[in-house]
Structure formats: structure tokens, C-alpha cells
Write a protein that binds this ligand. Structure first.
Ligand SMILES: Nc1ncnc2c1ncn2[C@@H]1O[C@H](COP(=O)(O)OP(=O)(O)OP(=O)(O)O)[C@@H](O)[C@H]1O
Length: 307
């Protein structure tokens, strides 16, 4: 089995004067839930369209399930399920009829997948109600149902939580986790709101103005957003000894400028400052610091302190 479900190399797309994707090298491992994060217009949909064959690249290569040839890619794409932009739903049809229409269009044999899919996306009780009268969350779930027909191994979902209320976001997250866990489906999911991908993505790619700025595991991202006490004292090495001896912790870093990041005792900063002062150290700066995911993302794309 291939380690990577999708790899792009130097993937570039130019629309007239607009460079929508600029030499993107993206890699998605089998079993990952890859959160693709970028502002509106960053290039997320463009990448998804190239991968799914809805548009063609200006240059660069796409490797799907280890295949790169034109014919092989067509075959590999049959192993994917896709929901990009406005889902192709028929407003005057029920959920069941919508799925049936898509099943026939795509030549997927066997009617029994319809009931299974309706149940999987939680739309089995919607009866005669037509898609026109569905809530946004129901429409998103139906679009996911359409993508799931044919039992894909790889799902590509463009902003599936867009416009959902917080409860809808949680439901979508749980559904995607279930598909990933129980069926081993690899998922590429885009959003312009990082917190909507939080807790679901196992891997992140940050795209900005067509460039993939960074790829990292969820763990690495959490590390970067780690909270700590920012401490500046006159003698950092002696402060380090105080942490070890008085506070019994080695969870700190002394930065090049002498600032110390203490990752422990965050719940009791008074104890930390007391230990430092009682050891005769002069405390110049002392503040709890850290970022949430959203501000990390904003800083990363906005040329903030992480760049
Ligand atoms: N068919 C097209 N013709 C011309 N320019 C396009 C076309 N499609 C996309 N673009 C441009 O390419 C850039 C990337 O767009 P893309 O839709 O991929 O961004 P996105 O990250 O998916 O954002 P959104 O969340 O708004 O869809 C944008 O500047 C957009 O205006």
C-alpha cells in the first residue's frame, strides 16, 4: 500500500494574470485528516479542482495513490469522493432521490448503498422533505453523502463546515472522525477558520496567496501554540537553577535573548515569581503568554512574529 494518498510537486495554476497556485508540494499520508487552511482566495479550491480533474494545472505533477500517468489518474480518481464548492444537489428532490440520482449518474451498482449512506450522514428520517427546505447543515451532510457513494478511500471536502452553527461544526467533525476511524478514509478538508479544523485535523497545511507556507502535524501545531510564562530576569541561568531546585521542573527553555519560557506551573504564577524573588533575582518581565490556533494562523499569514 502507498504511504501517500496524494502528493503534488511544483503544482502551479495560472488564470490569465492571476497566479492561483504557486509551485505547491503537498503530501497527504494514508489515514490522515489533512486540514487545508487559508483565507478566501488563497488557492484551496484551485488545488482541489486540479486534484479532482475539474481543472488542469499550468505546470507540476499530481500523484494519486502512487500514480501519475494521465490514464492512471483517471482510474485513481474513481477511488475519491468529492464535495467542492456548491454541492450538486437537486433542490426539488428528497435526500434519498438526490443520492439515487447521483448513484445512477456515476454508474454505481446496487441500490442498497443509498439507505446505508442516508443513515451514515444522519438523514434517514427526512422522508418527503426536499433539499430546498433543508438547513445548511443538512445540505452539507447530503453533499457529504453524495461524496461517499461508491465507498471512496479518499474524501476531498471544500469548506464542509462553511456557514454551520457551532453544533453543526461539532456534528460534521464527529462524522468525519467516524469515517476516518471506522472506514480508514483519508480526508482532505479545507477551511478559512482554523478553529473549525481543530480537534479533527491530524495534519495541517497552511496556504497563502497560492503558496503552501507550512505543513505540520496537529501535535506540532499545538506545540507552536503552547502556553508558557514569559520571564525575564537579570540572571537567567540562576533562574533555571531555581526552577529545577525550588519548583522541581525542567519544562523551560532559555531563549537566545535570555528570556525564559516556563511551560509548567501555569496555574500558579505567584509561586513562580515568589521563588524567583526569594532567590534574590530581579524580575524584569513576567507574563503568561501563548496563542490560540487562530492567532497563530493570522500571525503566520500576516507576516507577524512567527514569520
Ligand atoms: N476560474 C477562475 N478564473 C480566474 N481566476 C480564478 C478562477 N478561479 C479562481 N481564481 C482566482 O484564483 C485565486 C485562488 O482562488 P481559490 O478559489 O482557489 O481560493 P480559495 O482558497 O478556495 O478561496 P475561497 O474559500 O474563497 O474559495 C483567487 O485569486 C481567485 O480569484
Amino acid at each position: 500500500m502507498n504511504e501517500y494518498v496524494l502528493r503534488t510537486r511544483g503544482l502551479t495554476k495560472r488564470y490569465k494574470n492571476q497566479l492561483a497556485l504557486d509551485s505547491v508540494d503537498l503530501a497527504i499520508r494514508q489515514g490522515a485528516i489533512y486540514g487545508f487552511i487559508g483565507q478566501n482566495g488563497a488557492g484551496k479550491s484551485t488545488l482541489m479542482k486540479l486534484v479532482t480533474g475539474l481543472a488542469f494545472q499550468t505546470s507540476g505533477t499530481i500523484e494519486l495513490f502512487g500514480e501519475t500517468g494521465e490514464k492512471e489518474l483517471i482510474r485513481s480518481r474513481k477511488r475519491m469522493g468529492v464535495a467542492i464548492e456548491t454541492p450538486a444537489l437537486y433542490p426539488s428532490m428528497t435526500a434519498r432521490e438526490n443520492l439515487e440520482a447521483h448513484r445512477l449518474q456515476r454508474g454505481i451498482p446496487g441500490k442498497d448503498c443509498i439507505a446505508r449512506t442516508l443513515e451514515l450522514v444522519g438523514l434517514e428520517g427526512t422522508g418527503r422533505k426536499t433539499a430546498r427546505n433543508f438547513s445548511l447543515g443538512m445540505k452539507q451532510r447530503l453533499a457529504l453523502g453524495v461524496a461517499l457513494l461508491g465507498d471512496p478511500e479518499f474524501l476531498i471536502l471544500d469548506e464542509p463546515t462553511n456557514g454551520l452553527d457551532p453544533m453543526g461544526v461539532v456534528e460534521m467533525r464527529e462524522l468525519l472522525q467516524k469515517l476516518n476511524r471506522e472506514r480508514g478514509i483519508t480526508i482532505l478538508i479545507s477551511s478559512h477558520i482554523l478553529s473549525e479544523l481543530d480537534l479533527v485535523a491530524t495534519y495541517y497545511g497552511i496556504i497563502h496567496r497560492g503558496k503552501l507556507l507550512e505543513q505540520m502535524t496537529a501535535k506540532e501545531l499545538r506545540e507552536k501554540c503552547r502556553h508558557y510564562l514569559h520571564i525575564k530576569v537579570d540572571e537567567p541561568q540562576r533562574a533555571a537553577a531555581v526552577f529545577e531546585r525550588e519548583l522541581a521542573t525542567s519544562e523551560y527553555e532559555v531563549m537566545a535573548d535570555g528570556v525564559i519560557r516556563l511551560y509548567a506551573h501555569l496555574e500558579n504564577p505567584a509561586r513562580v515569581s515568589r521563588a524567583l524573588v526569594e532567590s534574590g533575582l530581579e524580575v524584569e518581565q513576567f507574563m503568561p503568554t501563548g496563542e490560540d490556533l487562530e492567532s497563530y494562523f493570522t500571525a503566520r499569514i500576516g507576516g507577524g512574529k512567527h514569520v
